[in-house]
Ligand binder design. Structure first.
Ligand code: PHB
Length: 388
C-alpha cells in the first residue's frame, strides 16, 4: 500500500513537472529607463522612450524572446544626482539593461556605474566622446552619435561656404565643449579661424549679453550647440536680435530637431548637420514616421530615432544570446558585426561601440529639417583612448 502510494505520488510529480517546465515563461527582462522627464531636455527624454517602445511594440512586445518590464527614473539632466539615480536602477531594481541618457555629464556617471557593475548600457543620445572613448567597455553601446561627428562635418561645410572667421556659443559642459572642439578642428584645418568661444552654464538661457558680444565681434559665421528648450530660446533670441540677417548661424542639428513647431519663422533657412533629416524619402524612414505619428500623434525627431534604434540594438544582441544577458561577449560580437536598419539609414557599430554613420546637411524649410545632401559619408568617431 505504502509502495503504491509512493509510486502514485512520484508519477503525479513527474507528469506535473513536465508540463510545468514547458509552461514556465522566461522571466521578464528588466529595462531601466534613465532619462530627463523634466527640465530643458524633457521633450528629448520622452521622444527616446516613445521610439524605444515603438520598436518593442513592432516586435510583439518581446525582444530576444523575453517580455519587458520597465523601471523609470527622471534624471533631471542633473550630474550631481546621477550616481544615486543610476544606482536606484542597478542596485534597488536590479535591472538587466540600462537605457540612458540625454545629458553627457549624467551619461558619464551611468557609464562608470555600468562599467563597475557590468550592467549592460545602451546610450540613446549623450554624445560625450569618453563614453565610447576612454570609458569604453564591452557592455557599453551607443545608438546615437559623438558630439564630434556632427560638429566636425559642420566645420567642413562652413569653411567650404567661404567663411574665414567664426564665433562659437554653447553651454559650458562636455557636450558643448566637444561640439565646439569638433567644429574648430575641421574649420581650422580648412583654413578658417575660431576667433571667440562663448559659453554660459547649463541650462542657462540668458543669451542677451553674449549676442551683444557677437554683434561687436562681427565674425563671418556663428556655430552653436544648444538643444531642447534652450535651443528654442536661442534661435528665437538670435532672430529677434537682428543678427540672423547679418551673420549666418550654423549648428549641430540638435539646434533645430524636435524644436521647429516652437521656433517658428525664427528657424527658417538655418543650416545644420546631423545623422537624421525629416525627408529622407526611404521606405524604412517613411514607415517609421507613419507608425510613430500614428502611435503618438507627434512627428518623430532624431531622439525618437535613437530610442527606436536602442531597442533595435538590444533586440539584435538578445537574439544572439537567446535572451541571456549574462553572455556579454556574444552579445557584443553580434552588435559589432550587425548592420542596423535604422530610419536614419543603415549604420554599423565601431570597435569602440559608437555608430559609424552618414552625416547629413539639412536646411530648415517650414516645419522640416530638409535633407540637403550628405556632408560626410560613413563617419566614424576615432574613439580616442578606447582600450577593450
Ligand atoms: C549631450 O549632453 O550629450 C547632448 C544633449 C542634448 C543633445 C545632444 C547632446 O541634443
Amino acid at each position: 500500500m505504502k509502495l503504491l502510494r509512493r509510486t502514485i505520488l512520484a508519477l503525479t510529480a513527474t507528469s506535473l513537472a513536465v508540463p510545468l517546465a514547458l509552461a514556465q515563461p522566461a522571466p521578464k527582462l528588466k529595462v531601466g529607463l534613465m532619462l530627463p522627464y523634466t527640465g530643458t531636455y524633457a521633450a528629448l527624454g520622452n521622444a527616446i522612450e516613445n521610439g524605444f517602445r515603438l520598436y518593442v511594440a513592432e516586435q510583439g512586445g518581446k525582444l530576444g524572446g523575453r517580455e519587458l518590464e520597465y523601471f523609470k527614473v527622471d534624471d533631471e539632466s542633473s550630474p550631481p544626482k546621477a550616481t544615486d539615480n543610476v544606482n536606484k536602477l542597478i542596485k534597488r531594481d536590479q535591472v538587466d539593461v540600462l537605457i540612458g541618457t540625454v545629458h553627457s555629464g549624467v551619461a558619464m556617471a551611468m557609464a562608470k556605474a555600468a562599467k563597475d557593475s557590468g550592467t549592460l548600457l545602451i546610450v540613446p543620445n549623450a554624445g560625450a566622446g569618453a563614453i565610447t572613448g576612454a570609458m569604453c567597455a564591452p557592455n557599453i553601446f551607443r545608438s546615437s552619435f559623438t558630439m564630434w561627428q556632427s560638429a566636425y562635418a559642420m566645420g567642413d561645410v562652413a569653411a567650404k561656404k567661404g567663411h574665414k572667421t567664426a564665433v562659437t556659443i554653447t553651454w559650458k559642459y562636455a557636450a558643448g565643449e566637444e561640439s565646439v572642439g569638433g567644429f574648430k578642428e575641421a574649420f581650422e584645418k580648412a583654413g578658417g579661424k575660431v576667433v571667440k568661444q562663448l559659453t554660459l552654464p547649463f541650462p542657462n538661457e540668458e543669451f542677451q549679453a553674449l549676442l551683444t558680444e557677437i554683434a561687436a565681434t562681427k565674425p563671418d559665421a556663428v556655430y552653436t550647440f544648444f538643444a531642447g528648450a534652450g535651443a528654442v530660446k536661442f534661435v528665437k533670441d538670435y532672430a529677434a536680435s537682428g543678427l540672423k540677417k547679418s551673420i549666418p548661424l550654423y549648428g549641430a542639428g540638435f539646434l533645430t530637431d524636435g524644436t521647429l513647431e516652437a521656433q517658428g519663422a525664427a528657424a527658417e533657412g538655418l543650416s545644420t548637420t546631423l545623422h537624421y533629416a525629416d525627408n529622407l524619402e526611404t521606405k524604412r524612414d517613411r514607415d517609421f514616421r507613419l507608425a510613430y505619428a500614428k502611435s503618438y500623434k507627434l512627428q518623430p525627431d532624431v531622439y525618437a530615432v535613437q530610442g527606436y534604434d536602442a531597442a533595435q540594438m538590444l533586440g539584435i544582441g538578445l537574439n544572439a544570446v537567446k535572451g541571456d544577458v549574462s553572455k556579454k561577449a556574444e552579445f557584443a560580437a553580434a552588435l559589432e558585426k550587425a548592420r542596423i536598419d535604422s530610419p536614419r539609414g543603415t549604420f554599423t557599430i565601431s570597435k569602440s561601440h559608437n555608430p559609424v554613420q552618414d552625416i547629413y546637411l539639412r536646411q530648415v524649410t517650414g516645419k522640416e529639417n530638409t535633407f540637403a545632401g550628405v556632408a560626410t559619408k560613413a563617419l566614424a568617431d576615432p574613439g580616442r583612448g578606447c582600450k577593450m
